[in-house]
Design a binder for this molecule. Structure first.
Ligand SMILES: Nc1ncnc2c1ncn2[C@@H]1O[C@H](C[S@+](CC[C@H]([NH3+])C(=O)[O-])CC(=O)[O-])[C@@H](O)[C@H]1O
Ligand SMILES: O=C(O)C(=O)Cc1ccccc1
Length: 273
């Protein structure tokens, strides 16, 4: 489980937290910088990018913004331990700082597995490499690839993780990616798909979005931060309904997909080949 010990650095107003995360089994500490990227009023809101500024605050940003994130990461480890097949690959597509790769690496005991972690942000991967190197206990090799996940070969896979990544792929390109994932999975392999979702009924949409904003406010974000980040994400992160996700998984070949976690408008599904 993720736990936090807070420390304040009053020299530059930046609140630093010394964190014990799953970024290293020996509980090495990682300094966690507070996300204040949207705290000041911005003249112009540019589209959200996974650049150096986001990388520097990413563990704090994702934990404070995605309800259930820590629980999803822990349970990716549990699911991977159950479904990893000997001599196969486990893919972490859109790995960011490698939290899901680390969770899998720490839990899998199946022989001869490796993990292939892919992201198209060089800044994310530079930091992911450092964090993976801190985890000296686990022995499963992790190969990091800087690429668009749509261009990576997926083969001999027993576990494929898309943890909040599909939402950044343009919707018309999503089915082809899912078909390639299905094609690359071995029988009995799984896809773990976590997404922010939308609701077709306005009342349900408002209910969940309202609660998500309450969650963010409770985690210290101001209304200005919430609204500026929302605008920055508008063109780049496109949530779809749960029905659309289940339908696409079926169209890609998965005979069943199971919702295993929902917290407000954030879900995680598992589909078995
Ligand atoms: N086409 C693409 N190809 C490769 N990477 C991409 C692409 N589009 C976006 N990304 C990458 O997908 C990641 C999405 S974050 C995933 C969290 C992580 N899975 C976690 O378990 O912590 C989710 C979020 O921040 O909401 C970023 O690192 C992008 O660079
Ligand atoms: O912050 C939000 O509103 C989100 O929907 C989640 C998120 C988390 C990290 C980067 C981009 C989006």
């Amino acid at each position: 489980m993720v736990c936090f010990r807070h420390r304040y650095d009053d020299t530059n107003r930046t609140r630093l937290k010394t964190v014990e995360t799953n970024y290293g089994k020996k509980a090495e500490t990682v300094t966690r910088k507070t996300d204040a990227l949207y705290a000041a009023p911005l003249q112009e809101i540019i589209d959200f990018q996974f650049d150096e500024r986001v990388v520097a605050v990413f563990p704090d940003m994702i934990q404070r913004s995605v309800p259930g994130y820590g629980m999803i990461i822990s349970n990716i480890g549990i699911l991977a331990a159950k479904y990893a097949q000997a001599g196969s690959h486990c893919y972490d597509l859109g790995c960011s700082l490698g939290a899901a790769s680390l969770a899998m690496r720490q839990r899998i005991s199946t022989p001869d597995c490796d993990i292939i972690a892919v992201d198209n942000s060089p800044a994310m991967l530079e930091r992911a490499r450092e964090l993976l190197a801190l985890d000296t206990v686990a022995s499963i090799p992790v190969t990091i690839i800087c690429s668009d996940i749509q261009d990576v070969t997926i083969e001999n896979a027993s576990v494929v993780v898309l943890n909040f990544t599909l939402q950044f792929i343009p919707p018309p390109q999503r089915l082809a990616l899912m078909q390639r994932i299905y094609g690359g999975l071995n029988p009995g392999g799984i896809l773990i798909l976590s997404e922010k979702i939308a609701f077709s009924e306005p009342e349900r949409q408002n209910f969940h979005v309202g609660l998500h904003h309450d969650f963010k406010r409770a985690n210290g974000y101001s209304d200005l931060e919430i609204s500026q980040k929302r605008s920055a994400l508008e063109n780049v992160m496109i949530p779809e309904t749960l029905a659309v996700h289940h339908k696409r998984l079926k169209a890609a070949g998965f005979s069943c997909s199971e919702l295993w976690l929902q917290c407000f408008n954030f879900v995680s599904l598992v589909a078995i080949k």
